[in-house]
Design a protein around this ligand. Structure first.
Ligand code: AP5
Length: 215
């Protein structure tokens, strides 16, 4: 039950990861959520991370590896986890290989979520998120019960700084030039399963469950 969720920005990884993690009773480890939380701190690391997030740049690999290693030290990852948004570069994939070898763990499957750019664009522009728990909403497809407020904790919803039309182009380029290279790393081992993310969330989840069941 050790899954990696890979895909372009706003393809729906977080939406699906939260649901599957809850169903399996394993932690959902989103590096985006961890970094956004870290960027709120006044520490040197927090301020460094904030700079990268504001610039919509990838956080350096060595910083990411120490964040992931610290997250694994929490001790709740033995039974399984969903890693969402990590690894995002080949160097991170190799770093994760070494970390898992040390822990005597192996990745079960890599779920690759696929969706056309035009759909991704629309999802990003219409996304609102809870700054407290990270739950994503969509102004049309996944509305909160009360306008502008998180269903889970009542926190006012916000639009992320990287969710603007101009920044989406940059994020898509970054995905193609850096993150897509991670896919062959796992394809060579026969671990990649493609999921059609261009359908309503419940239909995507049905496919996710089927992939996980089949192995
Ligand atoms: P991160 O938060 O990981 O951003 P991302 O990969 O761009 O992914 P998103 O969170 O944007 O989207 P998602 O795929 O989870 O989609 P969601 O479910 O929300 O990272 C942010 C930044 O942190 C990066 O740019 C980078 O700077 C840094 N970072 C993170 N990890 C890093 C790493 N490993 N190394 C270096 N830097 C790193 O859905 C999107 C919207 O669509 C929502 O509104 C949702 O409600 C809606 N939606 C979802 N599914 C559907 C559906 N099926 N139909 C209709 N609407 C849907």
């Amino acid at each position: 039950m050790k899954f990696l969720f890979v895909g372009a920005p706003a393809v729906g990884k977080g939406t699906q990861a939260k649901k599957l993690a809850q169903a399996l009773g394993v932690p959902h480890i989103s590096t985006g959520d961890i970094l956004r939380e870290c960027a709120k701190q006044t520490t040197d690391l927090g301020q460094k991370v904030k700079k990268f997030i504001d610039l919509v740049s990838l956080v350096p690999d060595e910083v990411m590896m120490s964040i992931i290693e610290e997250r694994f030290r929490k001790g709740d990852t033995q039974k399984g986890y969903i890693l969402d948004g990590f690894p995002r570069t080949t160097a991170q994939a190799m770093g994760l290989d070494m970390l898992l070898a040390r822990l005597n763990q192996a990745i079960t499957l890599v779920l690759l979520f696929e969706c056309p750019d035009a759909v991704i664009m629309e999802r990003i522009i219409e996304r609102r998120s809870c700054p407290k728990c990270g739950t994503p909403y969509h102004l049309r497809w996944q509305k909160p019960k009360v306008d502008g407020v998180c269903d889970k904790d009542g926190t006012p919803l916000v639009q992320r700084v990287d969710d603007t039309r101009t920044k989406v182009f940059h994020r898509l380029d970054q995905y193609r030039s850096e993150t897509a290279a991670v896919i062959p790393h796992y394809e060579k081992r026969g671990l990649v399963r493609r999921v059609n993310a261009n359908q309503p969330p419940d239909d995507v989840y049905r496919d996710v469950e089927a992939v996980v069941k089949k192995g």
